[in-house]
Design a protein around this ligand. Structure first.
Ligand SMILES: Cc1cc2nc3c(=O)[nH]c(=O)nc-3n(C[C@H](O)[C@H](O)[C@H](O)COP(=O)(O)O)c2cc1C
Length: 448
């Protein structure tokens, strides 16, 4: 979100959105240097984007401030113009930006925090502490760490605000794909959780890997089985509300979820192709037109993501889903969000990514097998929202598009709403056949 913010500024800040949000940030001395460095009223004129330096150690205050501002801007904008609830959705695997992003989101009044792709065990306590204006800390996974205590990253809100301010503590919903993880989180977290999102393997974005020995189908996709089905009766017994995600973007699936005791559904794919979504408009339009004819396949790629989690990829011409386009790209690691922390031979913490140039990864002790088929999600996902970097060698970073399996069945929706639809249409579609009685406003989530 910090990179999306500085890239929007360099593209002239269309609509003045980022500057409008930043103008309300409580400490303007953090904002002024960001505007001075990144805002280009006339746009970039084909020049490469100026990048935020990659953090090279834990607890780097300059990068933490950028995470705070990034989270603040997204949530401020998402909350504008309505009184509905707003959630922020982060990947647990991505640890370094987490606390700053959450704090920025909380300064903008975020109502819900959702986190999947990992076990977000310490996040409830982080939220409690940040809300009280106290220093929070998070254990950082460091491959090969032999030290007595696991390294921890600290975040002190007083360093941002210059004093203590109490904030609303958002509700926390871990995104889970198994009963055992739900039970673990319900019983063994530090702090409290307010419910679960239960996400199946058809969902867009990252998926949980199947349980047990890995098995692949003839296209090379991981095969999910009985053991990957979540028993909702057991979830109900935990006594917390839950929402169902992954292929639940239809009125029938909503009704079924409610009948099974869910509080509602979490939908990604249908919203990802709405006009409000950040996907680059021509890319979005082209995919939707083809998908409506049943001409786009979704591949569950077990290798693409440096996180090691399966990642859903829409197979689209001109994107990195095509083997030829992938092969033509020169590897570069210049954003570094998905880097893994590891212990160096000197006993320090280094960072490496299985998608970085192979010789660099090997020099850092990485294994060759891990690099095969890995894609630079950092650059590719930014390209998918129209912020592709022009690299030093003149190459333009190309997109990779993630979508749930539902994209293959989007024709039914498009036949009714067309290819230019709004998020409001999606909600109307989901509620149309039997409006959901509303006891309290249901949250709407925006993905980073
Ligand atoms: C474009 C796109 C981006 C997503 N990004 C994230 C993310 O950053 N973090 C996350 O937890 N889930 C992410 N998801 C998953 C959604 O939050 C949601 O659970 C999922 O899309 C629901 O299934 P559906 O795609 O079948 O509607 C993403 C989904 C899509 C389509």
């Amino acid at each position: 979100m910090d990179t999306v913010m500085v890239r929007r500024l360099q593209d002239g800040d269309p609509g003045g959105l980022v500057r409008r949000a930043l103008a309300t940030f409580p400490v303007q001395r953090w904002v002024r240097p960001v505007l001075a460095k990144y805002f280009r009223p006339e746009g970039r004129q084909g020049q490469p984007y100026l990048r935020i330096p990659m953090p090279s150690r834990l607890g780097d205050t300059a990068s933490q401030i950028m995470h705070v501002l990034g989270g603040y801007v997204e949530v401020f904008l998402a909350k504008e113009g309505h009184s509905g609830l707003i959630g922020i959705n982060l990947l647990t695997k991505l640890q370094i930006p987490t606390m700053g992003t959450l704090y920025g989101a909380m300064l903008a009044g975020v109502d819900y925090v959702l986190m999947g792709a990992g076990i977000p065990r310490e996040i409830p306590e982080v939220l409690d502490r940040l809300a009280a204006g106290e220093t929070a800390s998070l254990k950082i996974d460091v491959t090969g760490w032999t030290g007595a205590e696991a390294p921890r990253l600290h975040f002190d809100p007083r360093e941002v605000l210059g004093g203590v301010q109490a904030l609303k503590r958002p509700n926390f919903l871990p995104i889970i794909a198994s009963n055992s993880l739900a039970t673990l989180l319900a019983r063994k977290v530090t702090g409290t959780i307010q419910g679960f999102v239960i996400e199946g393997p058809t969902a867009g974005g990252h998926n949980a890997p199947p349980r047990g020995t890995p098995v692949f189908d003839e296209r090379g996709q991981p095969v999910y089985g009985e053991r990957d089905v979540v028993d909702l009766e057991q979830i109900k017994a935990l006594g917390l509300p839950f929402w169902l995600a992954g292929g639940t973007g239809s009125p029938e699936a909503l009704q079924e979820a409610l009948a099974q005791g869910a509080a509602g559904i979490q939908v990604g794919t249908l919203f990802a192709y709405s006009q409000e979504s950040g996907f680059e408009p021509r890319l979005k339009q082209g995919i939707l037109e083809r998908a409506a004819r049943g001409a786009v396949k979704v591949f569950t790629d077990p290798k693409a993501s440096p996180t090691g989690f399966p990642f859903k990829v829409a197979e689209v011409e001109g994107t990195l889903s095509e083997p030829e386009v992938y092969r033509r790209r020169t590897r570069v690691c210049d954003l570094g969000y998905l880097r893994e922390a590891y212990q160096t031979p000197e006993g320090k913490i280094g960072f490496r990514c299985a998608s970085e140039p192979i010789e660099q990864y090997l020099a850092k002790g990485g294994e060759l097998a891990n690099t095969e088929g890995r894609k630079c999600l950092c650059n590719a996902l930014l390209a998918a929202v129209g912020q592709g970097q022009v690299q030093k060698n003149g190459n333009l970073e190309l997109p990779l598009v993630t979508s749930g399996d539902d994209l293959e069945r989007i024709g039914r929706f498009v036949a009714r709403f067309g290819t230019q639809y709004s998020a409001r249409d999606v909600v109307a579609y989901l509620l149309a056949e039997a409006p959901v009685p509303r006891t309290e406003a249901q949250p709407m989530m925006a993905n980073g």
